[in-house]
Ligand binder design. Structure first.
Ligand code: GLC
Length: 538
């Protein structure tokens, strides 16, 4: 492929810095469960470095590594106690530099997770802030007097369920936390917080990283007066965390207009380094995504509808069309079907081989749209959620009516045998989850017919065909359950129903989820969850 044919080069008004993102294929590494190089049952930085060859074989070229900073691990690293230091269980800065060098040598870029909405309550900023009502850093966080009844100052709830406020008896005030009480929300209305994070960004950029995945990007800035949200349904503190969250209209805790000013400021910083900002923009309305992703801010925002949709042709189409219609630039979507926070797609979409076929069909659609697709470790192996018995649960969110996130976080199965090539330790931070030999990377890499090879081929096809990455998406209407996407002379057909419709259009096969080769005839029948990319002849 010549450089000039790249969509990045074709986007005339796209600023040059960070433009490489639109051609990248991302891969999320949940560090605790990727590979353990020290034999303590927890994945680490050296473990990632040791698997760069595997990632190169798969064909991804942008790694997102989940937090590895100093942390008491109340939320497994998303509770950061020092943004510029590495938790010893994961390694040290030299290990990080080696990982970065190894990735760069393999032509992969690396983005790190930044967690700016909240810090650990063990962070020195919070400790100082909590030391007295008059502490210099008191305003680094949101402190408020109790409400008139002595309860929380407003009705906000945590994303993890329960009230978003915890009383600090020593100073008699509540502090805000949209997640665990151990994750105190930083006050982004305070210029000193903004300046402190400029330093954090530059610390990592100066080490040579290629950008940031921004945790909880929709929530940084809060309403200045911290007004209560309108309640739209009864709030049941014993309900699931999403039921609790959805009992309120989130007018004042998330999506405040000035969040985009922070991202614009950060964009000016990362542009200096040709680095990018990819937001964890956890919203489900396309307009909300468009609010957060502007041309002068986040380079891209993750779009979560594919993780929350039913397996239904219209639902899939709506989920995939929404962001491109709402965003000023269609390439600003980060496409994700899986992550360390959600049930794995094969489990979500019916389990077993049906779930796996559906997941690959969805991946085929995502890899055919403008934006940056990301796989989550193990997605390329067709992994279902691992089985985690109740007494081995680790996720702080998994109690009560809420689904635990442990199942999607069990260790990567690298090879058959004890420790699955993940570790030499007899015990691991989460159990292996019941993997078969066929689930392992070693077995699949050696089997041309494996899920690994289908994902690998799909990535290669995206790379070889710039028209799958560029602008201009047409959705030809079909009377059946087949989703059709036209990308220049390429046509993607995906049977999202249970029936057996005919292709209706023929052409040379560029990719097939079902191993078809040669030419697809218009009269050929598409199996349920089958997808093909063809160069159409009409
Ligand atoms: C994000 C992370 C999730 C974490 C939460 C709080 O949603 O992906 O794992 O628990 O933020 O930091």
């Amino acid at each position: 492929m010549s450089i000039d044919a790249s969509p990045a080069a074709l986007l005339a008004d796209q600023p040059q810095a960070g433009a490489w993102l639109v051609d990248a294929v991302g891969y999320e590494i949940y560090i605790r469960s990727f590979r353990d190089s020290t034999g303590n049952g927890v994945g680490d930085l050296d473990g990632i470095t040791s698997q760069i060859d595997y990632l190169e074989t798969l064909g991804v070229d942008l790694l997102w590594i989940t937090p590895f900073y100093t942390s008491p691990m109340a939320d497994f690293g998303y509770d950061v106690a020092d943004y510029c230091a590495i938790e010893p269980i994961f390694g040290n800065l030299d290990d990080f530099d080696r990982l970065l060098d190894a990735a760069h040598a393999a032509n992969m870029r690396v983005i790190v997770d930044i967690v700016p909405n909240h810090s650990s309550t063990e962070h020195i900023w919070f400790r100082e802030s909590a030391s007295s009502r008059h502490a210099v850093r008191r305003d680094f966080y949101h402190w408020r007097d109790p409400g008139p009844d002595g309860g929380p100052p407003n009705n906000w709830v945590s994303y993890f369920g329960g009230p978003a406020w915890t009383l600090h008896p020593e100073t008699g005030q509540y502090y805000l936390h949209l997640f665990l009480p151990e994750q105190a929300d930083l006050n982004w209305g305070n210029p000193a917080v903004i300046e402190a994070f400029d330093e954090v960004l530059r610390f990592w950029l100066d080490r040579g990283i290629d950008g940031f995945r921004i945790d909880v990007a929709q929530a940084l800035v809060k309403d200045q007066a911290l007004r209560s949200n309108p309640q739209i349904a009864p709030w049941d503190p014993t309900g699931s965390r999403w039921e609790q969250w959805d009992a309120f209209d989130h007018q004042f805790d998330i999506l405040q207009p000035s969040s985009v000013d922070i991202f614009a400021r950060w964009r000016r910083i990362v542009d200096e380094y040709d680095a990018v900002l990819v937001g964890e923009t956890y919203v489900l309305e396309p307009q909300q995504l468009a609010h957060l992703v502007r041309t002068d801010g986040l380079n891209a925002g993750f779009w979560f509808a594919p993780m929350h949709m039913e397996w239904d042709p219209q639902a899939i189409k709506t989920a995939l069309q929404g962001p491109s219609q709402a965003l000023a630039k269609q390439t600003q979507v980060g496409w994700v079907a899986a992550s360390h926070d959600e049930q794995r797609p094969p489990t979500r979409f019916g389990g077993g081989d049906l779930g796996r076929r559906r997941s690959l069909m969805l991946a085929t659609l995502l890899m055919s749209l403008p934006g940056t697709p990301f796989l989550y470790q193990g997605e390329e192996l067709g992994l279902e959620d691992g089985v985690v018995p109740p007494d081995a649960q680790a996720d702080p969110v998994g109690s009560g009516a809420s689904l635990s996130r442990d199942g999607c976080r069990t260790p990567m199965p690298w090879q058959p045998g004890p420790g699955l090539g993940f570790t030499t330790s007899p015990t691991t931070w989460l159990p292996f989850g019941g993997r078969s030999d066929q689930d392992t990377a070693a077995v699949q890499v050696n089997d041309e017919d494996s899920w690994f090879h289908r994902y690998r081929t799909l990535i290669k096809v995206r790379r070889m065909h710039p028209e799958l990455r560029g602008l201009g998406v047409e959705w030809p209407e079909r009377a059946d359950d087949v989703l059709a996407i036209r990308r220049d002379t390429l046509l993607v057909l995906a049977n999202a129903g249970d029936g057996a419709p005919t292709a209706e259009v023929g052409g040379e096969i560029v990719f097939s989820t079902h191993g078809r080769t040669g030419v697809l005839q218009a009269t050929d029948v598409l199996a349920p969850a089958e997808a093909v990319i063809i160069r159409s002849t009409d």
